[in-house]
Design a protein around this ligand. Sequence first.
Ligand SMILES: *Cc1c(COP(=O)(O)O)cnc(C)c1O
Length: 417
Amino acid sequence: MGNMPRYVTHIESAIDGTHFDPDQIQTLHEGRPLWVKYDLPAIQSAVDRQTVMNRPPNLWRYRELLPVGDVIQPVSLGEGMSPIIECENLGRQFDLPNLLIKDESQLPAGSFKSRGLSMAITMAKHFGVETVAIPTAGNAGGATALYAARAGMESVVLMPSDTPAINQIECFLAGAKTFLVNGLINDCGKLIGTAKEQTGWFDLSTLKEPYRIEGKKTMGLELAEQMNWKLPDVILYPTGGGTGLIGMWKAFNELRELGWLESDTMPRMVSVQSDGCCPIVRAFESGERFAEPFENAATIASGLRVPVAVGDFMILDAVAESGGQAVAAAESGLQHWQRQAIAATGISICPETAACIGALEKLRNDNWIKSDETVVVFNTGAAQKYVEAVDYSLPSIDRSQSIEEIIQQIEATALTT
Ligand SMILES: *Cc1c(COP(=O)(O)O)cnc(C)c1O
């Protein structure tokens, strides 16, 4: 390392606390994920909030709290510092004046997956990996393909055959070895898990290496900074593999230990799924720490089509520690909530986040969220990545009509929100 610091002390098993060498590439232990652990007192003396806030507006401004420290060169497309947008109109519909959306749709590749994959590919490159492989429900594959292209690495992407077309296209265009598989993300994961022994591919599957969490953690670091180091009362997060929710909870705890938060009150974390695929909600409701595989998973919110999550206990632990909940929104309501939210905010809200709007409606009706609370919903991706998920038809204008007839037709057409 020379005398340039990297603040990682060790890698630690999330299931039994075993320590591993942070200077070696690490994957799973006992089939379960690993945490990256930092020397927080050393970070505390090396950097303060103001120094971080004066740096360029991307996620690398938190580099002391990331595996790169001052040493490792990021593979970057300028990701991070997504805006937090006040949503008065949508909030009014739920009698919730302090409703905010953190809009991750503006990140590279149109989803928050760029945070985790920028970090994981940075570290894979650092460790000399030549080929990365990923099973994906959609956006992770696209982000992998783009960041691997950025890094000059080869990538192998396996996705279900009905993955949204845009995800297929972004992989194809970025030169990834992309294949459609007759199965779901966990089936793709099994193929990669078996093939990697013989091929030397590095497996970037959700939580099967420790660094994607660290990338997603920056959503929590940014949120704290953007809210003047005072966290909201409630966070709603659409959960598939769970890296985002787990990462944010880790971020809040690290910030609290660093003494950077203005208040010790932590947000209640709400893990949101669709009832078309809700293994985490089922486990939460039955008080289990591990989730049963969800049979016949089907949802237009492709990022939530994750029937098995290796980090299930990490999601459920974070939800429980925070006093939060896991909530399933009706699959049949996703298109309605997506249009309701976009029409009221102008934000390009993905179907995954539409599930959060459904959950918000329920939690306000139950008064589990109070009217005066501050609520942040994460918009994890861009609506325009989901062409197939929108059921719509538009009226046509026949140019052979008179302009009066055309105006009459336009004015007689009701707004369809
Ligand atoms: C992957 C994905 C999710 C789920 O994210 P996790 O952090 O893996 O739970 C949610 N929304 C979108 C748009 C995604 O691409």
